[in-house]
Design a binder for this molecule. Structure first.
Ligand code: SAM
Length: 245
């Protein structure tokens, strides 16, 4: 049974973990984070009905997207993050909602080793710019994507003169130059982001890049191409596996 608004308000009031995401925990009661899950779901064009589909949410934080996709009928939803399940409250939230979302503590770099069976839909929002090895992450993402992946991340178009924005370039932030946050490393142009994904073996559709005056974020729809990833056909690089202990 869905929790009451009173119970949800009390849950939020006593929660001691960090809320990063904003989503409706019970009718009219919203979690107090900044990452707007309904907005992201609309921007990604996710289907209303996910019946029979399997879903992987990578970098799940408060698991708001995972819960929403379970609500849309997904047969199996797996949520992963590098922290233990209490850090962002996923254990308590799952229990509170009576959810069947499965939490796995792991890194995007380990996905190919962790999951033998690929997923119908893979969500990868707000994580890529936090990684020192973005191409390794995209290679892993492709290894676990059977149907589609949805990628949202920071881009640097708005930091560049207009004439450079259509070039395949990337910024590297050695310290805290991006949003005063030392956990941010790379932001490519939207064009470079598409090229990274294509090189990792994805077909790419650009769903949006915003703000229009000079993009700082972009949303892509991805699907795995046939055969080996493009980079494997062009070079001697081969998939790198991070063996899980
Ligand atoms: C900015 S939050 C984005 C959260 C969520 N996906 C959203 O869009 O609201 C970044 C999340 O990625 C997780 N993360 C960082 N490095 C990761 C990695 N190597 N593998 C998986 N998750 C990672 C963080 O712990 C955090 O939960």
């Amino acid at each position: 049974m869905a929790p009451t608004a009173e119970a949800a308000a009390a849950f939020i009031e006593q929660a001691e973990f960090v809320w990063h995401q904003r989503y409706e925990l019970a009718a009219g009661v919203w979690t107090p984070g900044v990452s707007d899950i309904p907005w992201l779901c609309r921007a990604a064009g996710l289907p209303d009905d996910l019946s029979g589909r399997t879903v992987l949410d990578v970098g799940t934080t408060n698991a708001g997207t995972a819960f929403e996709l379970e609500r849309r009928g997904a047969e199996r939803v797996v949520a992963v993050d590098i922290f233990d399940p209490d850090w962002f409250g996923v254990r308590a939230l799952t229990e509170f909602l009576g959810s069947s979302v499965e939490y796995v503590q792991t890194s995007v770099y380990e996905l190919a080793d962790r999951f033998a069976e690929p997923f119908d839909l893979v969500i990868f929002w707000g994580v890529l710019y936090h990684l020192r090895h973005p191409l390794l992450a995209l290679d892993n993402l492709r290894a676990v994507t059977r149907g589609e992946a949805s990628l949202e991340t920071a881009v640097c178009d708005g930091e560049l003169p207009r004439r450079q924005r259509d070039r395949s370039l990337s910024r590297f932030y050695r310290r805290d130059e991006l949003s005063d946050d030392p956990s941010n490393w790379f932001a490519p142009t939207t064009v470079a982001l598409e090229e990274w994904c294509g090189s990792s073996g994805f077909g790419v559709e650009r769903l949006g890049a915003w703000p229009r005056s000079g993009a700082a974020r972009a949303m892509l729809r991805l699907w795995p191409t046939e055969g080996p990833a493009e980079y494997e056909q062009l070079s001697y690089e081969r998939p790198l596996r991070c063996t899980v202990a």
